[in-house]
Design a protein around this ligand. Sequence first.
Ligand code: URA
Length: 209
Amino acid sequence: MPLVTVLDHPLLRHKLTLLRDRGTTTGKFRQVAREISLLMAYEVTRDLPLEPVEIETPLETMRAEHLAGKKLCIVSILRAGNGILDGMLDLVPSARVGHIGLYRDPVTLQPVEYYLKLPNDIAERLVILVDPMLATGHSATAAAFRLKQAGVATMKFVCLLAAPEGIAGFTQAHPDVPVFTGAIDRELDSHGYIRPGLGDAGDRFYGTR
Ligand code: URA
């Protein structure tokens, strides 16, 4: 599996443009992000293994298929990760959910964990770690380390947009965790925003600015 995959389905690209547009309202932003997340969940679960199962259709017995192996857990990096969670759960409603909260220490600039709630059996699950913006990559990198500490062996990281700097940092720290993104933008600015980007994802999701 490639280290970084840009999910470039035309519907996704169209919807990303709506997210980027500053004129998109909070309600519309939330709705479109949910639709994008569902499409992304569809793409990142493409390699889930299937196993045969015998079922009865109304007409006859048949050998059909259902999902085999590891069950899913989606882990959201608070708070903006929650905006992606809902769309993914639309597609995989039985997935378990974990949350991880990190803030940036103003002195060391390093991520500090302030909240963690994970399913007890997370080590046996395929984890999809979600955060809309892979900017510096510090939060996602720390979250992935924390999940590995909790025993997670198989993980994918999904974001809406990534900066080259975030991709470089994350993939260097976690070459075993494939990254899926809607686009790789030009750069990070001096305030840590992705350019051209879509602004502050948390604020756009929750209308806090
Ligand atoms: N976080 C955001 O919400 N937006 C950015 O551009 C960078 C980090």
